[in-house]
Design a protein around this ligand. Structure first.
Ligand SMILES: [Fe+2]
Ligand SMILES: [Fe+2]
Length: 201
C-alpha cells in the first residue's frame, strides 16, 4: 500500500503528537513534584518524559523514511488530554492514559500497520505498547502510594536508600530526614523491580 494513502501515516502522526504531549506533561509534573519535595517522583517522571520523547522520535523517523521526505504536512484530528496541574490527580490520570495506549491504541495501530504491509511500523507500535504497560504499572503504583500518603511506609520492613548519598536502612518506614546527608524523605528511592516482584510472589 502507498504510505501517503495509508491509515498508518495518520496513526503515526497522531502517535507522534501524543508522545510529544505526554513528554511535555511528564516534564510539567516533574517540576510539580519538586515543588512538593518529591525528588524521587520527579526523577521518575523525568525518565518517563525521556522515554516518551524517544517514542516520538521513532514515529517521526518512520514518517520521514516511509514518505521519502515528501510529506510536508499531515492533518490529524484527535482528542488530547488537558489535566489539572496537581500531582495526585495527574499521576492517576496518566496511569489510565498509559493503560489505554498499552492495551488498546498501540495494539490496534500495530494491527492496522501489519494489514497495510508496514511490518517495521507494526513492530514499533508493539514495542512501544510494551513500554507503556510498564509506565502504567509504575504510575499506578506511585499514584496509589502517594494518594494514600504511604510513599515511604510498608507493611514489612524493607531496605530504603537515599538517592543523594546512598545511605541505606531496613525499616517499615523511611526516615523523615536522611541520617547521613539530611536530605528530606522525598529523596528516598523506591525500587520498583524489587517491590513488584515482592507484590507478585
Ligand atoms: Fe510513549
Ligand atoms: Fe508512556
Amino acid at each position: 500500500m502507498n504510505f501517503n494513502e495509508s491509515v498508518t501515516k495518520t496513526n503515526l502522526a497522531r502517535s507522534f503528537a501524543a508522545e510529544c504531549q505526554a513528554g511535555a506533561r511528564y516534564q510539567f509534573m516533574s517540576k510539580l513534584a519538586i515543588q512538593n519535595s518529591q525528588k524521587f517522583i520527579s526523577d521518575t517522571l523525568k525518565t518517563l518524559a525521556k522515554n516518551e520523547m524517544a517514542h516520538a522520535k521513532v514515529f517521526y523517523d518512520h514518517i520521514l523514511q516511509l514518505s521519502g521526505g515528501n510529506v510536508k504536512n499531515i492533518s490529524i484530528e484527535a482528542g488530547y488530554p488537558f489535566e489539572e496541574p496537581e500531582l495526585k490527580n495527574s499521576l492517576r490520570e496518566e496511569s489510565k492514559i498509559e493503560l489505554s495506549e498499552a492495551e488498546n491504541i498501540y495494539p490496534s495501530f500495530a494491527r492496522i500497520a501489519k494489514d497495510e504491509g508496514f511490518d517495521e511500523v507494526a513492530k514499533s507500535f508493539d514495542f512501544v505498547a510494551k513500554v507503556e504497560a510498564t509506565h502504567h504499572q509504575i504510575l499506578e503504583y506511585l499514584s496509589t502510594l502517594f494518594n494514600a500518603g504511604k510513599m515511604y511506609k510498608r507493611k514489612d520492613a524493607t531496605e530504603w536508600k537515599c538517592s543523594n548519598c546512598g545511605h541505606t536502612e531496613i525499616a517499615k518506614e523511611a526516615w523523615k530526614e536522611c541520617p547521613l546527608c539530611q536530605m528530606p524523605q522525598g529523596f528516598v528511592i523506591i525500587d520498583f523491580e524489587h517491590e513488584f516482584e515482592h507484590k507478585h510472589s
